[in-house]
Design a protein around this ligand. Structure first.
Ligand SMILES: [Zn+2]
Length: 341
């Protein structure tokens, strides 16, 4: 099969490698119909040390089941499925309370081979979700967002307990930030301040429900949000992952409020003491989204067209064009690239 491999920072290639095969009776093989490049794929794109053997990448996909192991019961060959970006049993005590990304199953893990024609799916019953549409639907881009970015934006809003009347600030105008805006709106937020500097993106944020856009960063950005909200936002959804975004969140959250992080932290140390969080009773929350838990909740509005999260895809590429898609996303010419097979 053809697959995307990363050989080091800035070095993405599409090559022919061996097809994946069933290794355990709980596995399935899926032929990928749509995949995409994630903002978090840009972290290794910037920092991966040179690799002798290329490393497969990609964690978002939907496709058609090609083959199932003997123990797989919920999907069969020919089914159109979307996968969560983590694979889990969906039955253990952690999965049952909706923290699938803390699954206790020894095979639990995160996909890293989805920018390819075929993929092996461990724990297929707990990971694949059979979609009630055909492969010919125009909804495929929106359905694909259930694999990660929509569920992750929704997780940010859920972990912040966004509810009716809240003032919410979203740090970051990437796909997750924009879908955190959409999610906050769905959960009843009254005012949604989007912090971002790219007009095309913040315009989509306004379409998704943002009421204000703050382009300033750092101290200026903090001052602006504090002024707009007369003291800070009740809930801050941080969808970037770099340390300045954390500092921004601490600066704009209101006393007694919540910071919910879904950007993968690229730092280990940050202030949590009296001056930052403790003194103002700030809750720090968030983590990798258990998106499998949210599909049931989010799917109906996608199917009936109430929401169109697939609008975050602003370029469609073939598998061979994936290296160029990384470059375009890195240069911020593209928000999120959809890979069509
Ligand atoms: Zn589990």
């Amino acid at each position: 099969m053809r697959a995307t491999l990363m050989y080091g920072a800035g070095d993405v290639r599409v090559e022919t490698i061996a097809d994946p095969s069933i290794q355990k009776p709980t596995d399935a093989i899926v032929r990928i119909v749509r995949s995409c490049v994630c903002g978090s794929d840009l972290h290794p794109y910037h920092g991966l040390p040179e690799q002798e053997q290329g490393m497969q990448v990609g964690h978002e996909f939907l496709g058609v089941v090609e083959q199932t192991g003997a123990d797989v019961a919920t999907v069969k060959a020919g089914d159109l499925v979307v996968a969560s970006f983590s694979y889990q049993d969906n039955t253990c005590e952690f999965c049952r309370v909706g923290v699938q990304t803390a699954c206790a199953h020894p095979e639990f893990g995160f996909f890293s081979a989805a920018q390819a024609e075929l993929i092996r799916v461990p724990l297929a019953d707990g990971t694949l979700y059979k979609l009630p549409t055909g492969v010919d639907t125009a909804l495929l881009p929106s359905l694909l967002t259930l694999a990660d970015v929509y569920g992750t934006g929704y997780h940010a809003a859920k972990m912040a307990k966004v509810s009716a009347g809240d003032t919410v600030a979203v740090v970051g105008d990437g796909a997750v930030g924009l879908l955190a805006v959409l999610s906050a709106k769905q959960l009843g937020a009254e005012r949604i301040i989007l912090m971002g500097r790219h007009k095309v993106r913040t315009d989509l944020g306004i379409e998704f429900g943002a009421t204000d856009v703050v382009a300033e960063r750092g101290e200026d950005g903090i001052a602006k949000v504090v002024e707009l909200t007369r003291g800070g936002a009740h809930k801050v959804l941080e969808a970037v992952g770099h340390r300045p975004a954390y500092d921004q969140a601490v600066g704009i959250v209101r006393g007694g409020g919540v910071i919910s992080r879904v950007g993968v932290p690229q730092y280990e140390e940050a202030p949590v003491g009296f001056a930052s969080l403790f003194g103002r009773n700030i809750t720090l929350n968030g983590g990798p989204a258990p998106v499998r838990a949210y599909i049931d909740e989010l799917l109906p509005s996608v199917l009936d067209g109430t929401v169109n999260p697939g609008k975050v895809f602003d370029r469609t590429v073939s598998l061979d064009e994936v290296p160029a898609a990384y470059q375009a996303m890195d240069h911020r010419e593209v928000l999120k690239a959809l890979i069509q097979f």
